[in-house]
Design a protein around this ligand. Sequence first.
Ligand SMILES: [Zn+2]
Length: 270
Amino acid sequence: MMGAHHAMTGAAAWVAVTATAGHGLGLFPVTPVGTIAGALLCAGAALLADADHNSATISQSVPVLGRLVTTGISRASGGHRHGLHSLLGLFSAWLLATVIGRVLWEPVWVTEPLRVGPALLSAAAIAFAAKALGLSNKSWGVAWLIGFSVAAFIAVFAPEQQSWFVVCFTLGYGVHLLGDLLTTGGLPLLWPWIPKPPRWWRKVPVLDNVWSSGGYLAVPLLGNAGSLREWLLLIPVTVYVGYGILFALLETWHVNLESVLMDIAAALPL
Ligand SMILES: [Zn+2]
């Protein structure tokens, strides 16, 4: 699947899981602000598995450093579509989010500890998402600006993020794997153990696509990565994200508007 498509499916998954009104499943309800901010974070997390790829969005994120990091990750995880594209990779993403989620900073001048870990990881993931989704006008400077602004926005307006940060991050990572599973390339889900099918299996056309001779597993409903089917799937997915975000925005304004009206009413000398 292509980078922008991974990001968009990540956002869609977060909207679906967290929104409670008509358009969402409400499996893990959060506030409307949480739905909006989390959609961006989830979109960014849905790009991380391709950090094992030198030409991926992430490798261009920071000059020199981005490429060094992705080359390092790629080597450590056995190359593109190896370790990072497995259940062990998903578990590691969860572990990383859990550990980073606990990184706090308590300078003397504040009463509440600052949650720097989640803020920094959110900023990076959101910068990746902004770049992949074409929100940054092709500039990494703008992408990072968006990343840090949204992370700061989350810290101020959605401090309850600590309750959904790990879920959001892990969900986005998992949605990436699901997206790749639906393409013909498939995934080494059980990496580093990559069992190969017996010889007779490889001769049966459909079975060979599901469990390839290289040991990769796939449910190739979308065909090759970047196929017409993939593009067609992204149309309803994009509409769904737009609708979900708009709905959440309206919900936020409605709540604010209501409380403002109530404040005004309470202040009136009646
Ligand atoms: Zn991938």
